[in-house]
Design a protein around this ligand. Structure first.
Ligand code: CAA
Length: 287
């Protein structure tokens, strides 16, 4: 498929990443079908898009008119079949569980048109394994955005074992029309590029606090003022979602070995439901 043939993009999952990806697609001029499993979740995602567009306009990053037009391009869906019926590209951003993602792909493979490309926003799971539950593995790749999608420049475009060059080219070109910088990941390897680097950093930060070498605030000062990162490691964990970090670590641990064992401090936060900004509390309070 040529990028000029892409008009409608379905985003599955209206959570932290899904609503942000839908917003980016709408700002780029695409018709967006945003879908989640119930009215409440999909409405929450829609409201977050409205909030974010309002913020961008308030900060003069876009005009009020652009914000309004972008929001008008977003339709909300609960029925998964309806949401993909006219999609040229589906970007899937449902929870990071292999079983849930496979169920979603089984449901949409029949319902989506033959030409539709499936792109998963998974942070680390195998693109090849996901693609194999569909009859279109050559039209399947990773399209990994970063949090918050509307502000982060990078999109990793990941090839599975069966992905065609045409699919990779189309999704890279799509990322460019969204004003993003795509980076091609040539091998379907756990954590791809960014999370293979980032998540161990968060984990080491947690181990240092767990071992009482430094406090959360001290570690964050070092990552900001010593490494020049825009956020401290714990601020970033709260931004990304501590549960997301732990999911990626669990997977890296399983596939790559003990160096990636999640620190108990991260696991405790997840058990307590303190997942970061999205739950109102993580390493910091947001209420
Ligand atoms: N939409 C619109 N506005 C938003 C927003 C969003 N989604 N999220 C935050 N903002 C707003 C804030 O509310 C704030 O507004 P106020 O000043 O009114 O409170 C404002 O943006 C802050 O923006 P600034 O430009 O003033 O601040 P900044 O220069 O610090 O930029 C940032 C913010 C771009 C998030 C920056 O801190 C940054 O780059 N942080 C690092 C983020 C990062 O590394 N993300 C990747 C995570 S890894 C990942 O996502 C992959 C994975 O699979 C785990």
């Amino acid at each position: 498929m040529d990028v000029d043939d892409i008009n409608t993009i379905t985003v599955l999952g209206a959570g932290n990443m899904g609503h942000g990806i839908a917003e980016v697609a709408a700002l780029a001029g695409y018709t967006v079908n945003l879908r989640d499993i119930n009215e409440e979740f999909v409405q929450k995602g829609y409201d977050q898009i409205e909030w974010s567009l309002g913020k961008l306009a308030e900060k003069d990053r876009i005009s009020e008119d652009d914000a309004e037009t972008a929001l008008d391009r977003v339709g909300t869906f609960v029925d998964i079949g309806e949401s993909v019926a006219d999609a040229d590209v589906v970007v899937e951003a449902v929870p990071e569980k292999m079983d849930i993602k496979k169920e979603v792909y089984e449901a949409i493979d029949e319902a989506a048109p033959d030409h539709t490309i499936f792109a998963t926003n998974t942070s680390s799971l195998s693109i090849t394994e996901l693609s194999e539950v569909t009859d279109r593995a050559e039209q399947f790749c990773g399209m990994h955005f970063f949090n918050p999608p509307v502000r982060m420049q990078l999109v990793e475009v990941i090839s599975g074992e069966h992905t065609s060059d045409e699919t990779m080219d189309a999704i890279e070109a799509l990322a460019e029309t969204m004003d993003k910088t795509p980076v091609r990941v040539r091998k379907d390897s756990p954590g791809f590029i960014v999370n293979r680097i980032l998540v161990p950093l968060m984990n080491e930060a947690a181990w240092m606090v767990h071992e009482e070498t430094a406090t959360v605030a001290e570690v964050d000062s070092t990552t900001k003022y010593g490494l020049g990162h825009p956020m401290g490691s714990f601020e970033l964990a709260d931004q990304v979602g501590i549960d997301v970090g732990v999911h990626v670590l669990d997977y890296l641990h399983e596939v790559l070995g003990d160096a990636y064992r999640p620190c108990p401090l991260l696991e405790e936060k997840v058990e307590e439901g303190n997942l970061g900004k999205k739950s109102g509390k993580g390493f910091y309070d947001y209420e």
